[in-house]
Design a protein around this ligand. Structure first.
Ligand SMILES: Cc1cc2nc3c(=O)[nH]c(=O)nc-3n(C[C@H](O)[C@H](O)[C@H](O)COP(=O)(O)OP(=O)(O)OC[C@H]3O[C@@H](n4cnc5c(N)ncnc54)[C@H](O)[C@@H]3O)c2cc1C
Length: 422
């Protein structure tokens, strides 16, 4: 790790220059991960605020690059309020014509699996496969097929007769066809993020349960103050606060990131009925209907979610109780698509929130006025799977500079009015 730390310092400037920015000596910087400097207790190369999937992977990759890293979260990694909280998230390669996300997903899956293997937790990826249920003239589906083909991702194209033969427990309309991704599946979300944080700490980063106060001023940020009174200084700050970004930077992001209420339901499968667990039942998406779901994993239930954006919510205070309306919509869809489950009981409901941007693309850019502050978020309902790719991208920008992709820039994030479909 020491030589990689030297590489990191070389990459972002000399230790002297960095120390000047951090108000501590080069010897202190080169000698250890954490140093005291008077009242502002600790100094790091990078402080990452927010231990959701984006912050956790950013901290992990930054630490692997040799940086001294502080990761902090006000409620804990993948807590019940966070967008990364909850049971499960899909990892799929198909993204219509959006090749960059297909590539990012293909890059991310082995990184997730590698980290789980390192932690002795291979079960945190469930290889259920992912089935796209498409209609005949659906452009997104044809684009997905073309992109998967172009980048060499493994998939099978299934005609209606094949769908019906393979998945008799699913009701398909007459004009359906399918794309099956055999290597994709489900990440066990909350526990996966916790494992990333554990591994980051094992690599030598510090993790703290602290609420950072919103930074003020228009210049270089020297430290963050926490609600507890603790202060942490760093050369670079990464704010990966997900749906809290509009609260942390109200003037800049108040209208650019739109946290929307999302409700998810788990239905009970009859005992001894294996038609709704993998491998008989894959994870599935039907984007035309704005529904997706997963097989019964770990006896938790058959998951169904309506992907349409709910009302704007505050992640601190929104009610986490499911509404009867949302439950009725989910039950209706379940009965239509999976007739054998029409009377299945609801085992569990979860209420979460997306953090939508106007273009559905992530926000990974520098703050326009605080030159050493990075804004990382805007997962827009599809960010989880990309954690490792986001972490690598953030690390490359922090350590090597370079222009951010236009699609991730603040400049492309308009006031949010419409739904972007990914
Ligand atoms: C219901 C639902 C289903 C989804 N399904 C999928 C899917 O199938 N596949 C997929 O890839 N993606 C999916 N997503 C999207 C994905 O989960 C999110 O894009 C991703 O989790 C966002 O992560 P994040 O780290 O940006 O935000 P978060 O996980 O919300 O993390 C932000 C963290 O910042 C902390 N924080 C905020 N402010 C402060 C502060 N001032 N001080 C300290 N800490 C602070 C919070 O406590 C929080 O832990 C889904 C999202 C939801 C809600």
């Amino acid at each position: 790790m020491k030589s990689s730390r030297r590489q990191f310092l070389k990459a972002i400037g000399s230790a002297g220059a960095l120390a000047a920015r951090c108000k501590t000596s080069p010897a202190e910087l080169m000698g250890g991960q954490v140093k005291s400097i008077g009242k502002a207790a600790k100094t790091y190369d990078v402080a990452v605020v927010g231990a959701g999937v984006f912050g956790a992977w950013s901290a992990y990759c930054l630490r692997k690059s040799g940086a001294s890293v502080l990761l902090l979260d006000e409620y804990g990694p993948a807590n019940a309020r966070a967008s990364s909280g909850g049971e499960s998230r899909i990892i799929r390669m198909g993204y219509g014509a959006e090749e960059i996300y297909t590539r990012w997903s293909m890059n991310a899956l082995p990184k997730w699996k590698g980290l789980f293997a390192q932690a002795g937790r291979p079960e945190l990826f469930q290889p259920t496969g992912v089935l796209w249920i498409n209609h005949q003239d659906q452009k997104y589906a044809h684009d997905t097929e073309a992109t998967l083909q172009r980048v060499g991702a493994r998939f099978e194209k299934l005609a209606l007769s094949q769908l019906r033969e393979r998945y008799p427990q699913v009701s398909f309309e007459e004009d359906c066809w399918g794309i099956f991704e055999p290597d994709s599946g489900v990440l066990i979300a909350r526990r996966a993020v916790q494992v990333v944080v554990d591994q980051t700490v094992k690599e030598g980063a510090d993790y703290r349960l602290e609420a950072a106060r919103p930074p003020t001023g228009k210049q270089r940020l020297t430290e963050i103050m926490c609600a507890s009174g603790e202060r942490f200084s760093a050369a670079t700050f990464v704010f990966a606060c997900g749906p809290w970004l509009p609260k942390v930077f109200p003037n800049l992001l108040g209208n650019r990131i739109f946290p929307s209420r999302q409700e998810v339901f788990f239905f009970g499968v009859p005992a001894d009925d294996h038609r709704f667990s993998a491998p008989a039942m894959p994870t599935w998406l039907k984007i035309e209907d704005e529904f997706y779901g997963m097989p019964d994993i770990e006896g938790r239930g058959f998951k169904i979610a309506h992907d349409s954006h709910g009302p704007r919510v505050d992640p601190d205070t929104q009610s986490r109780l499911a509404t009867p309306d949302a439950m009725a919509i989910a039950k209706q869809y379940l009965a239509r698509r999976f007739p054998a489950l029409k009377d299945a009981p609801v085992l569990e409901a979860r209420v979460c929130q997306y953090e939508n941007t106007s273009n559905g693309d992530f926000l990974i850019d520098k703050h326009p006025e605080m030159e050493n502050v990075w804004l990382v978020g805007g997962g827009s309902g599809h960010g989880f799977k990309h954690g490792p790719s986001v972490g690598e991208y953030v690390t490359a920008r922090v350590t090597q500079g370079g222009k951010v992709e236009a699609r991730f820039s603040l400049a492309t994030k308009e006031v949010v009015q419409r739904r972007a479909v990914f």
